[in-house]
Design a protein around this ligand. Structure first.
Ligand code: GAP
Length: 492
């Protein structure tokens, strides 16, 4: 499966659209459609529930995107959040200096009367032996010397466009947790270790965005700053190192719990020379995306760098009073930082299957039920029978008080099932003649409906009155077999 398959399914079925498409699109921004927004919200909701609500040592915040500009001086983003750039003096194409030699290059070869060749990255011309010195794109222009290009989006706060009003769109959500450290600590009377979480938008003027929603200029992050006392030891180890490993394990388990397959996940330890300026150790969780193994999230030990920097630049103390040792300490911080869009891409890629069913291809998104954009589709077997439609609509309305449920009568039942499979709806409910009976013939209905499960395609017959209770079990995580054995199978 490649990225084009996911991009096309996403557009066709309302997950993700290119931003401003009618104007030709923006290239690096994407809009989430009706199903995409449900999926994205579900990812954020379960992350918040599992890592904030369920834990006694976690709290959350929701900070503003525009922060005081000194935040970015203190954090190091103004000085270090840069990539080296070179420009072509001829075609004006811009490249990341450290990526130029990894590109195929255009060459007008003097030994072949100036014929144009495209030569693989790092190789010389087979005719004249020349190596690349000019622009890889046009093959004609000189490249400028490398310049550092800051990835932060610059803007102005207030009506005056002057230096004093310069501010930046945040390139990460993390800094708000550091600058609010004391507010959170005092207002919530917390004891170390504790964590502060936030999910929200971040912006980076990436030089080479691309690969669908993998790298964009506007994206969402789910970040945690977990503060620990650097003088504590846990299980014989420094607390920061112990908690770093705990968070790596917990985050990995979280992605597995919601469906990412083990063989598509791995950990990657950062080499010393690639560590960010603030990090003592960083481990990435990598996922085997359609573009190959790439970072899904990072878990860094940022030490006391950020709190110390903000204390220095703000003049405010950002310490914790250790009652036992009777001393003020600057906590260390472990930072599990995930991208929402990248997680969504991984969940979609992993859920995507093409199967053969009775000689026909079926595309199915095997989403974990908690992530699936729609939980139940209610389908009338005959859309011309008012009594069937009425019962189906009532069931939809009842279930929709708890879950995202749709009614669909726009095709024959087989096609309706396939449509729901393709968007990952775990359960379909079908209302048929048996449910409502036939009043004209004096036949009473059995008031039962068929529930079909997406992955096994098995069907059971369940009384309408029990539907809500049954779905509560299913959507609380009960296995299909556990519930299905209580009900008779239905004909498929
Ligand atoms: N506070 C630390 C931090 O921001 P990061 O590794 O730069 O660390 C964390 O970002 C996560 O945010 C990444 O693992 C990725 O999932 C997501 N992310 C970063 N840049 C992104 C981009 N341009 N587009 C989409 N997601 C991005």
């Amino acid at each position: 499966m490649n990225m084009d398959v996911l991009t096309s399914l996403s557009k066709r079925r309302g997950f993700v659209f290119q931003s401003s498409e009618i104007y030709g699109g923006t290239g690096s921004c994407w809009d989430y459609g009706p199903l995409g927004v449900e999926l994205k919200n579900n990812i954020k909701r379960v992350w918040w529930r599992d890592f904030v609500q369920a834990r006694a040592d976690m709290v959350g915040i929701d900070a503003s995107i525009l922060m005081h500009s000194t935040v970015w001086k203190a954090s190091g983003h103004l000085d270090h959040f840069t990539d080296p750039m070179v420009d072509c003096r001829e075609c004006k194409h811009r490249f990341r200096a450290d990526h130029v030699n990894d590109l195929p290059w255009t060459h007008y070869c003097p030994a072949t009367k100036g014929n144009r060749f495209t030569i693989p990255p790092g190789e010389g011309c087979g005719h004249c032996g020349q190596r690349r010195t000019l622009c890889p794109e046009c093959g004609k222009g000189e490249l400028t010397a490398p310049r550092q290009f800051n990835l932060m989006f610059k803007t102005f706060m207030g009506p005056v466009e002057e230096e004093a009003a310069v501010t930046y769109l945040r390139p990460e959500t993390a800094q708000a947790m550091f600058v609010n450290f004391d507010n959170v600590l005092q207002s919530m009377r917390l004891k170390l270790p504790f964590g502060v979480a936030q999910a929200g938008r971040s912006f980076r003027n990436e030089i080479t965005p691309g690969n669908f929603i993998f790298r964009t200029r506007e994206f969402e992050q789910m970040e945690i700053e977990y503060f620990v006392n650097p003088h504590d030891r846990v299980e014989g180890r420094p607390a920061d190192e112990y908690w770093h490993d705990r968070w790596i394990a917990d985050c990995m388990a979280w992605f597995q719990r919601y469906g990412l397959r083990d063989e598509n996940l791995r950990l990657r330890e950062h080499d010393k020379d690639e560590l960010a300026h603030y990090a003592k150790r960083t481990v990435d969780i990598e996922y085997k995306f359609p573009i190959g193994w790439s970072e899904l999230m990072g878990i860094a030990n940022r030490t006391d760098f950020d709190l110390k920097q903000h204390a220095k630049w703000s003049g405010k103390s950002l310490t914790y009073f250790d009652e036992e040792r009777k001393e003020h300490v600057v906590p260390y911080v472990v930072e599990p930082a995930a991208g929402v869009d990248r997680a969504l891409l991984a969940f979609m890629a992993d859920a995507y299957r093409e199967e053969e069913v009775r000689g026909e291809k079926r595309v199915v998104l095997r989403f974990h039920p908690e992530l699936a954009p729609l939980k139940v589709a209610v389908l009338p077997l005959l859309k011309k029978r008012d009594d069937i439609v009425r019962v189906a609509q009532t069931i939809r309305a009842d279930l929709a008080r708890r879950w995202r449920v749709v009614y669909d009568d726009t095709a024959a039942i087989g096609r309706l099932y396939r449509r729901q499979d393709e968007i990952g709806t775990p359960y379909c409910v079908t209302v048929d003649v048996q449910t409502v009976g036939d009043a004209e013939r004096g036949e009473a209905g059995d008031q039962k409906v068929t529930i079909r499960e997406r992955d096994s395609m098995e069907q059971i017959r369940v009384p309408v009155a029990e539907l809500e209770a049954v779905f509560r079990e299913f959507l609380d995580g009960a296995a299909w077999e556990a519930i299905a054995r209580r009900y008779p199978p239905a004909r498929s």
